[in-house]
Design a protein around this ligand. Structure first.
Ligand code: AMP
Length: 213
């Protein structure tokens, strides 16, 4: 049995067609069911539905053999117990700093609100900018509006969420897409089925990229 960890939402929606092309079709819709383990039409593959930030943990500890996780989550996790063999090219967006447009740079230590604490600390340290990073779990856009922070670090796709809150994108930290991750022990123990699936997905992804060119 291969267990694949996926998060609900955008990654799940964009991963579904890819998985379907590889013959993996969940027999249950997670939006209509409370089930967290989804059987698929392949009796050797199941999906587990978890929070995006938990995908690396499940895969590193071997609770799932494989996972689909955003690069943002993987970089923040800083784990070493995972292989990352394939960029799936889905759920693309940018990890950026953002803040109120035209506000002068704070003379005191910059206060940054984000759920990407490790990534933000590394980014500002590399810049030589003294930053106090405040951990939030959601609605980062609110923080500069109520004086909790000077700026935020968050995912930006269309920029609509920032605009709706009077914020503007500032600096690009990194381009983001979802990656296939694999548990290191599973890669040895289940080498055949995992390399077959990863190879199949790689062919699907490159055929898609060729069509988009
Ligand atoms: P947008 O308004 O299109 O710029 O999208 C920004 C909002 O969508 C933010 O709340 C992000 O956290 C979320 N978001 C954007 N892209 C992704 C993605 N690839 N995966 C998960 N969340 C995303």
């Amino acid at each position: 049995m291969l267990t694949i960890a996926v998060s609900k939402g955008r990654i799940y929606q964009e991963a579904l067609p890819l998985l379907a092309e590889a013959g993996i079709v969940p027999s249950v819709d997670p939006d209509k069911s409370r089930k967290l383990i989804l059987p698929t039409e392949r009796d050797d593959v199941q999906l587990v539905i978890i929070r995006a930030a938990d995908v690396p943990t499940y895969v590193e500890y071997g609770a799932a053999d494989l996972g689909i996780a955003g690069k943002d989550v993987l970089v923040e996790y800083e784990g070493e117990g995972l292989y990352e063999p394939l960029d799936l090219g889905i759920a693309r967006c940018r990890l950026m700093t953002a803040g109120p447009p035209g506000r002068p740079v704070a003379s005191r230590r910059l206060r940054v609100a984000t759920k990407y604490v490790n990534t933000a600390k590394r980014f500002f340290a590399r810049r030589g900018v003294q930053a106090e990073v405040i951990k939030l779990y959601g609605s980062m856009e609110l923080a500069p509006l109520v004086g909790l922070a000077d700026c935020i670090v968050d995912l930006v796709d269309t920029g609509n969420t920032l605009r709706a809150n009077g914020l503007a994108p500032q600096e690009l930290i990194m381009d983001i897409s979802s990656r296939l991750v694999v548990n290191k022990a599973a890669m040895k123990m289940k080498h055949g089925p995992i390399t077959e699936l990863a190879g199949h997905l790689a062919r699907i992804v490159s055929a898609r990229a060729a069509r988009e060119r």
